[in-house]
Write a protein that binds this ligand. Structure first.
Ligand SMILES: NC(=O)c1ccc[n+]([C@@H]2O[C@H](COP(=O)([O-])OP(=O)(O)OC[C@H]3O[C@@H](n4cnc5c(N)ncnc54)[C@H](OP(=O)(O)O)[C@@H]3O)[C@@H](O)[C@H]2O)c1
Length: 231
């Protein structure tokens, strides 16, 4: 939960399963969330559906155009992966100086399994950073299955790897992750390491398909108890 005032989070592409689920979790943790869309009405409808589904939680979640979501204190990029770079470029003015957390994974289905694609800079996060140098890109949340994240009556227990070149952006992302009960954030290197983080998602999806589950990442042997920050 947030210590102090509520953080304002915008989720670009927030009408998809991932953006909705993360937005709902963050709102349940006390954040004020704006789901963004290319169509503000679609985003408002998505926010309304979340509020209607969890009436007892008094969630602070609204819908708006992507431009509005990209103007929040911290921004999550949850657009479908093959449009996330172009979307960030379109929103460059709003993202200037802001922390933009990319949760996108370039993965594709090949026959019965998913495989990772390698974007031009090794990862989508690094590609966004190169295309929009004025924003402070981090990578996080790649491995959290939306199906599990969105079930607010089920506890989360997961580790989230955070990659970033900018120290303050990394710390803001760690705080965002750890505002959600049950999530631990771990600093996993610069954006150069985001390629491995994003690619691992294809492996986890294959595990989930084979074993019909919603598993995610959990690191063994970490030194600190849950609830302390990952800095
Ligand atoms: N699904 C998961 O479990 C999961 C987990 C972790 C990370 N991720 C990552 O999170 C991102 C979102 O995943 P998702 O499953 O929610 O994806 P999705 O439903 O396919 O797409 C998310 C949103 O992207 C927007 N969008 C679609 N085409 C677009 C285009 N051409 N230009 C701009 N925006 C477009 C749509 O919003 P509007 O039409 O409303 O604009 C859509 O609701 C992906 O990059 C994925 O790799 C997904």
């Amino acid at each position: 939960m947030w210590k102090g005032r509520a953080m304002e989070v915008g989720i670009v592409g927030g009408t998809g399963p991932a953006g909705r689920a993360l937005g709902a979790r963050l709102a349940a943790a006390g954040a004020t969330v704006v789901l963004g869309s290319r169509d503000a009405d679609r985003a408002r409808a998505a926010a309304g559906e979340i509020i209607a589904r969890w009436p007892g939680l008094s969630l602070e979640i609204t819908g708006a155009a992507n431009e509005e979501a990209a103007s929040r204190e911290i921004v999550v990029l949850a657009t479908v992966w093959d449009a996330v770079v172009a979307t960030a470029v379109q929103l460059a003015a709003q993202l200037e100086g802001r922390v933009a957390v990319s949760m996108a994974n370039a993965i594709t289905r090949v026959g019965p399994e998913f495989q990772a694609l390698v974007p031009v800079r090794g990862s989508l996060a690094a590609t966004i950073q190169a295309a929009v140098p004025g924003c402070r890109v981090t990578a996080a949340f790649q491995h959290l299955p939306a199906g599990r994240l969105g079930e607010l009556d089920q506890a989360m227990e997961a580790d989230v790897l955070v990659c970033a070149d900018d120290e303050q952006a990394a710390e803001a992302t760690v705080r965002l992750v750890e505002s959600i009960p049950g999530l631990r954030a771990w600093r996993a290197g610069s954006l150069a390491s985001a390629c491995a983080v994003e690619a691992l998602t294809a492996v986890l999806v294959n595990v989930n398909i084979r074993y019909r589950t919603h598993t995610t990442l959990r690191l063994a042997g970490m030194p600190r108890p849950k609830g302390e920050t990952g800095r």
